[in-house]
Design a protein around this ligand. Structure first.
Ligand SMILES: O=C(O)CCC(=O)C(=O)O
Ligand SMILES: [Mn+2]
Length: 241
């Protein structure tokens, strides 16, 4: 088998690389691997293609991928295998339903989050998640104290129209959305004019929603039969408490 290019760049062995993917950074000089990863990821973003997806009444900035493909692969493998994924519960048409997608909620101590009549207690950051948070903070210029993770096994799983405007998020919240795995279309719909715009969220990419985005627009991850592989999405948020 050819050595993984990412492992060569990091100067770690194939065995260690496999270990990272299977078990997280626990046994493999995690600080060095994360520092190397941070350095490698700087400069990946193509500054010329950064754009605001929304035409007015909000800012949702698409940065494209923050990571080299091999590094994004490693993060995806880590997230799929090491997060305690659980089905979510939500209210729909007044009834409590269990979602097909799975979720997890991480954050600083005391970062409880209530949505759809459901309160979540934050799990403590892992080194991997904390590293991703720092990378996103560096790119977006904002700080976050919590993260909602969503796992969509394939295109048959999605998320319906909504806005993230819970009281805990404050006015005009800044939400940083990091995606790994299958590229999926992400839609915005203006609340008054019903105008729609879409962006394809790629493996390792960042979408930064801010300004009037949550007040004036709804968003959804539509279902599709064309996508057969999983996607993990992390939305970094700031909860007031
Ligand atoms: O999976 C996505 O890209 C969207 C997730 C989302 O909108 C949310 O968690 O509120
Ligand atoms: Mn959302």
């Amino acid at each position: 088998m050819l050595p993984c290019p990412s492992a060569i760049l990091r100067n770690i062995s194939q065995a260690d690389f496999k270990n990272i993917c299977a078990q997280g950074y626990e046994n493999t000089g995690k600080n060095q691997a994360m520092e190397n990863n941070r350095q490698l990821s700087l400069g990946i973003v193509d500054e010329t293609t950064i754009r605001n997806v929304l035409p007015h009444d909000g800012e949702s900035i698409y940065f494209g991928p923050l990571f080299a493909p091999e590094d994004a692969d490693m993060h995806l493998a880590f997230l799929l295998n090491n997060i305690p994924w659980k089905h979510d519960e939500t209210m729909m048409f007044g009834r409590r339903i269990t979602t097909a997608r799975k979720v997890a909620w991480y954050g600083d101590p005391g970062c409880d989050y209530t949505y759809s009549g459901n309160t979540k207690r934050a799990l403590a950051w892992t080194p991997e998640l904390y590293g991703l948070k720092e990378r996103v903070e560096e790119q977006s210029g904002s700080q976050y104290n919590s993260c909602l993770l969503n796992l969509y096994s394939n295109g048959e799983q999605g998320m319906g129209w909504h806005q993230d405007n819970e009281a805990e998020l404050g006015e005009n919240p800044i939400i940083a959305s990091l995606s790994f795995g299958a590229t999926r279309r992400f839609d915005f719909r203006h609340k008054e004019s019903r105008e729609k715009v879409s962006v394809m969220l790629e493996h390792g990419s960042l979408l930064l929603m801010k300004g009037g985005t949550q007040e004036n627009w709804q968003h959804q991850l539509p279902k599709t039969k064309k996508v057969l592989t999983p996607r993990v999405n992390l939305t970094f948020r700031t909860i007031a408490h």
